[in-house]
Design a protein around this ligand. Sequence first.
Ligand code: SAM
Length: 268
Amino acid sequence: MKKDSNEKAKQIDSLKKKLKAKQKEINKLKEQNKRLKQIQKNNNELKYAFVFNDTIKESLWLKKKDFSLVNSAANYSLMYSLYRILNDAQPKNILELGLGQTSKATTQYANHFKDAKLTIVEGDQDWIDIFSQNLEISDNVEIVQLDIEEFEYDNTTTYRFKDFLDVAGSEKYDLIIIDGPQGFIDTDEGRQLLHYSRTNVWQLIPDNIADEFIILMDDCERKGETRTFNHVKELMEKNNIEFYEYKCSGLKTQRAILSEKFRYISWI
Ligand SMILES: C[S@@+](CC[C@H](N)C(=O)[O-])C[C@H]1O[C@@H](n2cnc3c(N)ncnc32)[C@H](O)[C@@H]1O
């Protein structure tokens, strides 16, 4: 009897050791997988950096090419997507949420295409004052400062631009670029991501969306932006608005929905 239980104990011990070794292997594979994903992201970003720079070389309207596409600013896949959308779709009424590197392209576009209109909404007045010095702002461009407010949705707190519909009024936007306000809050425990992020776009559906439209959302590698984007799709469906989808990834991920006329953008 004692011999049996000794044998069992030995077996259990050996199984435990094997399990531990397997767990170690799994952890190592997970780590390798994470590194591979990061390498893939870096490769994609480099690919878009080359393609973006080639694409804008002979641009008729993007003359100043002094972009600094690092850190939390726009990345290369966003700039490539945005440039192709502006150049190929030639939108007439653009709403840009979040002032920054992307605005260097949108303001030049509006400078060249005088029949287009560009509204940039930004929360931080200091950032507007500093950054506007880099931009040529023509009469068809308006930069609006709006404060940020808390907004409760689905039992979670999110942050959005306050009095947003005062700016949108009865406008019908054919391009909406969503890269603001910030998709996180700074707390004592550090940076905290939001469950839903950048939800102002929901307020625009359906009244402020043109018949033919593109809605481009940055940072969809984050769950908060992806949830917001998915709800945009739900609202479109609820309003019987047909759309197609676009996705692009470098260091960050962009997603867009497109109406029939701009469906070809999904293949750029
Ligand atoms: C993720 S940034 C993106 C803004 C823009 N679309 C771009 O391409 O850079 C969102 C917000 O961060 C803030 N921000 C961006 N760059 C900043 C900087 N260098 N310093 C301080 N705030 C910045 C601004 O309030 C901006 O609206």
